[in-house]
Design a protein around this ligand. Structure first.
Ligand code: NAP
Length: 307
């Protein structure tokens, strides 16, 4: 247990990310008090029942009142209206941050609402699961994962340093990145792969030659991992694509070109092209394991699983 980094933290939105943050904040003793707010009465009731947050407030203004750190944990498309709602209730000297998966559009949506004397330090923890809602969180979600801080022009270095300390206390490794670069990197590493998974699962669903039961029964071979990704929250992912349009379209354009090249190699029997390509991609997987971002155990360490 360390000394609290912030006296009072307000979590706005009480889903996977906020609930995981709360349990990690408690584990690390990072805040004197944590308040929370979610849009629906149902989520607020669930939060109260499971002890998520010291106080769950019925208005967003009550939740942020007197808070030293306000974390916007709502879907990217809701950041604008939430920022507008909290603005009049913010304390002078407070820091507002967010956890949105896209950074440029969140900055454009939030920054104009914030009064002078309030710091804004956008962030994005690179960790998640396909689950959502107040009951889906767990303290270990961010352990040894990256959290990217995306300071804006004029971000106070002391406010940035404090937020870094907070995320390190939550268990993450922290880096700083510029917003546009963040959006391009995430389009490659997360957004385009999600779209591809959604597509593949959609294709299997449409393919009537393979019956539904066969898709489910034999889903061990790679497809199962696509279904896990494709089960991610529809609202969150709709907002990600609508708000990271340019970068995602650029990556999907490149993806389509490479897919055509591989398609052609299969058609023309160009085994060398396929082998070279797969050797290159295999090396990337090794790099991820060496960087400690995944397990080297077969089948992601699942017990008794086949490939
Ligand atoms: P989630 O589990 O679906 O939770 C979203 C929460 O936001 C819910 O509690 C919801 O309230 C609340 N909310 C929605 N609109 C609101 C509004 N206008 N005012 C107040 N609360 C509102 O989502 P999540 O996975 O935690 O994602 C939250 C943010 O983290 C998103 O911006 C996402 O891009 C980002 N992120 C997600 C992941 C991931 O893998 N899931 C990873 C990194 C970052 P109700 O329950 O009442 O609807």
């Amino acid at each position: 247990m360390s000394a609290p980094v912030y006296e009072k933290v307000a979590l706005i939105g009480l889903g996977l990310i906020a609930s995981s943050m709360f349990w990690a904040i408690k584990r690390g003793g990072l805040a004197g008090e944590v308040t929370g707010f979610a849009k629906s009465a149902e989520s607020r009731e669930t939060a109260r029942r499971i002890g998520l947050c010291d106080t769950v407030c019925d208005s967003v203004a009550d939740a942020v009142e007197g808070a030293d750190l306000i974390v916007l944990c709502v879907p990217v498309g809701a950041m604008d209206s939430v920022a507008a709602e909290i603005a009049p209730a913010l304390k002078q000297g407070a820091t507002v941050t967010d956890v949105g998966s896209v950074k440029r559009s969140v900055i454009d949506a939030v920054a104009p609402h914030l009064p002078d004397g309030v710091h804004f330090v956008p962030a994005h923890p690179l960790a998640g699961t396909e689950h959502s809602g107040p009951e889906s969180g767990f303290a270990e979600l961010f352990d040894n994962r990256w959290c990217l801080l995306v300071p804006v022009e004029g971000s106070d270095p002391a406010a940035v340093a404090k937020l870094r300390l907070f995320w390190e206390g939550i268990g993450a490794n922290v880096d700083e990145m510029a917003a546009d670069h963040h959006d391009l990197v995430l389009a490659v590493t997360s957004h385009a792969p999600h779209l591809i998974a959604y597509t593949m699962v959609g294709v299997a669903d449409d393919l009537r030659r393979v019956t539904d039961s066969e898709v489910i029964k034999y889903s061990a071979a790679g497809f199962r991992d696509f279904t896990r990704i494709a089960a991610s929250d529809p609202t969150m992912w709709r907002d990600v694509f609508l708000n990271n349009k340019d970068a995602t379209l650029e990556i999907l354009g490149r993806f389509t070109e490479e897919l055509f090249a591989l398609q052609r190699a299969i058609r023309t029997g160009d085994g060398e092209h396929l082998h070279d390509y797969f050797s290159r991609t295999r090396a990337i997987r090794r790099g991820i394991i060496e960087a400690g971002q995944d397990t080297a155990a077969p089948n992601f360490g699942r017990e008794g699983g086949s490939r």
